[in-house]
Design a protein around this ligand. Structure first.
Ligand SMILES: Nc1nc2c(c(=O)[nH]1)N[C@H]1C(S)=C(S)[C@@H](COP(=O)(O)O)O[C@H]1N2
Ligand SMILES: [Mo]
Length: 318
């Protein structure tokens, strides 16, 4: 393997800080519904004005960047290269199969070991202060993207329901809608898709409940109307189309762990030194690039999340 060290980013390519901060502050103020109108008012083209995807009409140098300086993938890439087994295993086929997936009305039950269990309407969840977070997404298969999500920290929702002291894990359950999800009729998978986090991981500020991307409401292929983004873990931890969030005392079973326990652990932290049993995790292909990049420990978020795993053997707890 060649030396694929990511070169330092010339400062001339980084979005000037004031432009970026203004954009962020403004997005924090804008609820998803209003964001499009405000973007238009600010002279930024929205998708409705300029189909397909406004981001495709702009140079990658003008796209939002993550904190490392990597530009976001295009709207077209993010919405047409997807993993969503409830629809199909074909990454290029999800968008068209999910096109008419009904995402409204939608309710999310937050229950289990909490003092104030509650059913939230998706509209209630849009009332949480929405902010833009430009995160890297690293799929366990060895590809990655940079995505400008719109959402709010899961911790804000958890605080509302007041977890009991006995709660130690959070389970996420995806909708099982066999009528509208052709892949979910497959008898070979343990539907519904479930995932889980340890409570401290769930409370971490990086853990985002996502309602949109590129300043627009989420499309079905990306997990509308509500999905997770846990950027330091392999992509499969970031459940789409969530209908239940349950606090538990014991580690909840997860979809991919049930499919192949020796390949997909509960933790699934991105780690270049712990290979998947069938392939190396040392490098990845950023969608839109040809050369492979080196994969970073915790997907580059080690400074923020490393201490969560201080006393754990990351090879055992894969
Ligand atoms: N319900 C559900 N959530 C899911 C998946 C899935 O098949 N079903 N795939 C996961 C995987 S493997 C990845 S890499 C990401 C992909 O998210 P994206 O298509 O928005 O990029 O979604 C994750 N969430
Ligand atoms: Mo993935």
């Amino acid at each position: 393997m060649k030396n694929n060290t990511v070169p330092p980013i010339p400062s001339s390519e980084i979005t000037p800080e004031h432009v970026y901060l203004n954009r962020r502050q403004f997005l924090k103020l804008a609820a998803v519904g209003a964001a499009g109108a405000l973007l238009a008012a600010c002279g930024i083209k929205t998708q409705s004005e300029n189909t397909p995807g406004y981001s495709d009409s702009i140079n990658p140098a003008e796209r939002p960047r993550d904190e490392r300086g990597d530009p976001a993938n295009s709207f077209e890439e993010i919405t047409n290269y997807n993993n969503y087994y409830e629809f199909t295993m074909d990454k290029g086929g999800v968008a068209s199969l999910a096109k008419n997936f009904p995402t409204s009305p939608w309710q999310v039950e937050v229950s289990g070991l909490v003092h104030k269990p509650r059913i939230f309407d998706i509209e209630d969840l849009r009332q949480f202060p929405q902010e833009e977070r430009v995160y890297r997404l690293r799929c366990v298969e060895g590809w990655s993207m940079v995505i400008p999500w719109l959402g709010f920290p899961l911790s804000l929702l958890l605080k509302e329901v007041e977890p009991m002291t006995s709660a130690a894990f959070v389970q996420f359950t995806t909708i099982l809608d066999e009528n509208n999800m052709p892949g979910a009729r497959s008898p070979f998978y343990p539907w519904p898709y479930t995932e889980g986090l340890r409570l401290d991981e769930a409370y971490h500020d990086l853990t985002l409940l996502v309602t949109g991307l590129y300043g627009k409401e989420l499309l079905p292929q990306n997990g509308a109307p509500l999905r997770l983004a846990v950027p330091w873990k392999y992509g499969f931890k970031s459940s789409k189309a969530i209908v239940r969030i349950e606090l538990t005392e014991t580690m909840p079973p997860t979809f991919w762990n049930r499919v192949a326990p020796n390949e997909y652990g509960f933790y699934a932290n991105v780690n270049p030194e712990v290979p998947h049993p069938r392939w190396s995790q040392a490098t990845e292909r950023r969608i839109g690039e040809n050369r492979r990049r080196e994969t970073l420990l915790f997907n580059g978020y080690a400074e923020q999340v490393g201490q969560l795993y201080a006393n754990m053997d990351l090879r055992v707890n894969y």
